[in-house]
Every structure is written in C-alpha cells, then in structure tokens.
Design a protein around this ligand. Structure first.
Ligand code: C2E
Ligand code: CA
Ligand code: CA
Ligand code: CA
Length: 279
C-alpha cells in the first residue's frame, strides 16, 4: 500500500501540479495583457435590411497572446470571468471602442452606433455608470452612439440593483441591447421593467430558420413583439441569402453576420466603410 501510495504521488500529483501551473501561467499572462493592453478589437458591421446601408458596428475583443497569436473571446472570456479579470478587459474594450468610433466619425465616416459587450461581472463589481460616462467624456463620442449589449442572464444575476444601474446608463443617453435574445430565461418581464432599446435575435434561431418551422415562428414572434414594443431588432449570425430573405419577409429591420462581413480589424473595417458607405 505504501509503494502504491508513493507511486500515486509520483505519477498523479505532478500532473495535477502541471495543470494548475499552466492555469497560473495563463492567469499571469492575462493579467499582463490587461496591464499592457494586449488586446485588439475587431468590428462587425450591421446593416439595414432594406437599404443595405450601414447601421452600426459591434466591437469584439481578441487577446494578442504571446504564443498563440490572436485568441478568440470564447477561449478566454470564461477564464477571465473565473479569475475576476473580465471587468478590466471590458473596461479596455469600452474605452477603445469609443475612441475608435469617434476617430472614424472625425475621419468623415458615417456616425453610426458602436456596440460593446459587457459581462455580468462588470455590472456587479464596478461602477459601470461612472466608467461609461468617463469613456464617453474622454473619447468625445456622442452617448447615443454607444450601444451596450448584455445578456438575459446578466439581467437575472444582478438583481435589484440592476434596475437602477440601467436607468442611470439610459440617463447618460446610451442605448441598451439584449444579446443572444431568446436563449436565456424568458425576459418578457424584464422588457417591461428595464429600459431596453434593442433585441439581438440569437444566431441559433437564424441558422435554423430555413429548415425549422419552430425557429421561424419564434423569430416571427420576436419581430412582432419588437414592433409593438418599439424595440429595434437585429438578427445575428446571418450567413445565407435564404436566411436574409426570410428575415426581411418577417419584417426584421437589421442584420449582422458573415453574409455581410466577418468581424474586421480596424483598418479593414474602415476600408469596408469606404467601399460601402457613400455620402
Ligand atoms: P456575441 O456577442 O454573440 O458575438 C457574436 C459572435 O458571433 C462573434 O464571435 C462573431 O464573430 C460571431 N459571428 C458573427 N456573425 C456570424 C455568422 O454569420 N456566423 C457565425 N457562425 N458566427 C458569427 P466572437 O467574436 O468569437 O465572440 C464570441 C463571444 O464572445 C461574443 O458573442 C460575446 O459574447 C463574447 N465577447 C466578445 N467580445 C467581448 C467583450 O469585449 N466583452 C465581453 N464580456 N464579451 C465579449
Ligand atoms: Ca454581442
Ligand atoms: Ca450575440
Ligand atoms: Ca454570445
């Protein structure tokens, strides 16, 4: 038993150690990235369904990792949330996105909204209202051009304080959007309770649209509800012309997805605007 114990110790524990060491290293690297601004934003255009005109951009973060190159958010956002680092990332994104939107405007591009994603932690731990106000002031961006995307689970998690925070954000003049709409807990009560401006229909409904009547019924219902509640609706993850046509027929006003463009680095997004936007 003794030797088995030792064998276990020698074999198994080092593996555990190396795993936690790896995690620690990743955490260290991410902290470093936060300190050194080692992130990059890619911008995905949204267009008006009918005119094809640019309706805005969504800023999506990437981590400039020293060994792994550009790391997509799904591979580090969860980790950053667990380690309490996401608020710092979100804050960097907020400031960078505001500055970029203002710079494009100053360069003569159309003044369209810039959307950012804020995690639940940013709402819980930080003085998000003060930070947003500061970012707007520092950048000079018009508050109405900043859209803040939050998920249904963020609305659920943050409880009573959330209401006040969202009212304060609205008072600054920013617009509030519910991301991945339809995938979280039913948020119909929240639509009455909170000052929401925009719903983003989750990609999963859009991708099922052409072959699943239920997905069609759900999207149709969201679009109609949006119209009666005077909410703007953006369909996410539109990849095919067939999806676009169905969404258009249902009265969905805006879309975002690979059919229009993938998220683009800053210089390419600017190039995209000069190709697609004519004053
Ligand atoms: P999201 O907010 O739902 O963003 C849309 C995601 O769908 C993006 O992935 C985008 O590249 C991808 N996408 C766009 N159009 C299409 C399409 O037509 N087909 C397919 N298959 N995918 C499409 P990305 O950039 O990898 O971001 C993933 C998620 O990471 C985002 O989902 C968002 O929840 C989160 N995220 C991104 N940036 C931030 C950030 O700055 N802060 C926080 N807290 N979360 C972020
Ligand atoms: Ca989003
Ligand atoms: Ca989404
Ligand atoms: Ca998402």
């Amino acid at each position: 038993a003794k030797s088995r114990g030792r064998g276990f110790t020698q074999y198994y524990i080092p593996m555990l150690e190396s795993r936690s060491t790896r995690m620690l290293m990743q955490e260290q690297l991410l902290r470093q990235a936060v300190e050194r601004d080692e992130f990059e934003l890619h911008y995905q255009p949204q267009i008006h369904m009918h005119s094809g005109e640019l309706a805005g951009f969504e800023a999506l973060v990437r981590w400039k990792h020293p060994d792994r190159g550009l790391v997509p958010p799904d591979e580090f956002i969860g980790f950053a949330e667990n380690r309490g680092l996401i608020a710092a990332v979100d804050r960097w994104v907020l400031n960078q996105a505001c500055r970029q939107a203002k710079a494009w405007q100053d360069a003569g591009h159309p003044a369209v909204p810039m959307a950012i994603n804020l995690s639940a932690q940013e709402f819980r731990q930080r003085d998000v209202v003060r930070e947003v106000a500061q970012a707007l002031e520092d950048s000079g961006l018009d508050a109405g051009l900043l859209h803040i995307e939050l998920t249904e689970s963020t609305l659920m998690l943050s409880g009573g304080q959330m209401s006040e925070t969202l009212q304060d954000l609205k008072a600054l003049g920013v617009r509030l959007a519910i991301d991945d709409f339809g995938t979280g807990y039913s948020s119909l009560a929240y639509l009455r309770k909170h000052p929401i401006d925009l719903l983003k229909i989750d990609r999963s409904f859009v991708s099922d649209l052409t072959h699943n009547p239920d997905a069609q019924a759900i999207v149709g219902a969201i679009v109609q509800m949006g119209q009666s509640l005077h909410l703007n609706i953006v369909a996410e993850g539109v990849e095919t012309q067939a999806q676009q046509q169905l969404l258009k027929d249902m009265g969905c006003a805006m879309m975002q997805g690979f059919l229009v463009s993938a998220p683009l680095p800053s210089d390419q997004a600017q190039h995209w605007m000069s190709q697609h936007c004519h004053p």
